[in-house]
Design a protein around this ligand. Structure first.
Ligand code: ZN
Length: 264
């Protein structure tokens, strides 16, 4: 075979393979810029989970929320206000993914997702924040007890301040805060009906644990009158892995998101 034709043949073959490979990669969808107005055209808002920085922890870690959907009815779903209870973060992240993949579920409603309310505690695997304060005892409530663990006064911590501002800004109709390891569904304020609905969709029973001094549930449930659910997962929840966790508790979480409607 003529060596020149062989070289041309090889180059042609290489070019064909490279073009083929380039075609295999999906292009990232980019905002489209229209020619005349130079206007950026974004995809419809409800398909984008909007991320907001609501504050920073004692050690400067960002406290981030994702907002899915639009509407006046708002559910706040949050995890890991106690840093050593990481299952809440995994479950909230799974919920965010589920809502992103199924945008019809948030049509006409808004879901505020706070996956890690105590990022310093989560990093150090401690219940408290970096000041040694239990954030779930740091709110201003009638049953408040000031001390070195709860805070010498209400809202001493940047994390609890950020959470209070978030609740004031978004005025949720219901709140679910995910904890471990007490293996039940507890509620504060007028949350009994939502707790009962959630219990129909998982193996946890409704159990009233009692409002703790300065807790989020005491503040939002008893003081503000917002139905507030404390979803207490079992101790093994953090070791289950996120998809197994979603399999077991995702339906109950969606029951709270959609309440009083039911999943289609
Ligand atoms: Zn807890």
């Amino acid at each position: 075979m003529d060596w020149k034709w062989s070289l041309v043949g090889r180059i042609t073959l290489l070019a064909t393979v490279l073009l083929g490979l380039a075609g295999c990669y999906e292009q990232e969808p980019k905002p489209r810029i229209t020619g005349e107005q130079h206007r950026v055209v974004l995809p419809p808002a409800q398909t984008l989970p909007r991320q907001h920085l609501i504050g920073r922890s004692v050690q400067g870690r960002p406290i981030l929320v994702q907002i899915a959907g639009q509407g006046t009815d708002t559910a706040l779903i949050m995890g890991t206000i106690h840093g050593d209870e990481p299952a809440g973060t995994l479950l909230v992240d799974q919920l965010a993914k589920h809502l992103q993949d199924n945008p019809q579920l948030v049509e006409g409603r808004r879901v505020v997702l706070l996956s890690t309310a105590n990022p310093d505690g989560a990093a150090a695997r401690t219940r408290d924040n970096a000041h040694g304060i239990d954030l779930n005892r740091n709110f201003e409530t009638a049953n408040r007890v000031d001390n070195g663990t709860n805070g010498l006064r209400p809202l001493t911590e940047p994390e609890s301040q950020a959470l209070q501002s978030l609740i004031k800004e978004y005025a949720p109709s219901r709140i679910v805060s995910i904890h471990q390891p007490l293996n039940c569904i507890d509620y504060d304020g007028p949350g009994q009906a939502i707790a009962a609905r959630m219990a129909q969709d998982c193996d946890l029973a409704v159990k009233k644990l009692g409002a703790k001094p300065g807790s989020l549930g005491s503040y939002t449930g008893e003081t503000l009158g917002i139905p507030t659910i404390t979803l207490e997962l079992p101790p093994e929840a953090a070791k289950m892995g996120d998809s197994a966790l979603w399999q077991k508790y995702g339906k109950a979480l969606m029951a709270a998101v959609l309440y009083p409607d039911r999943a289609p």
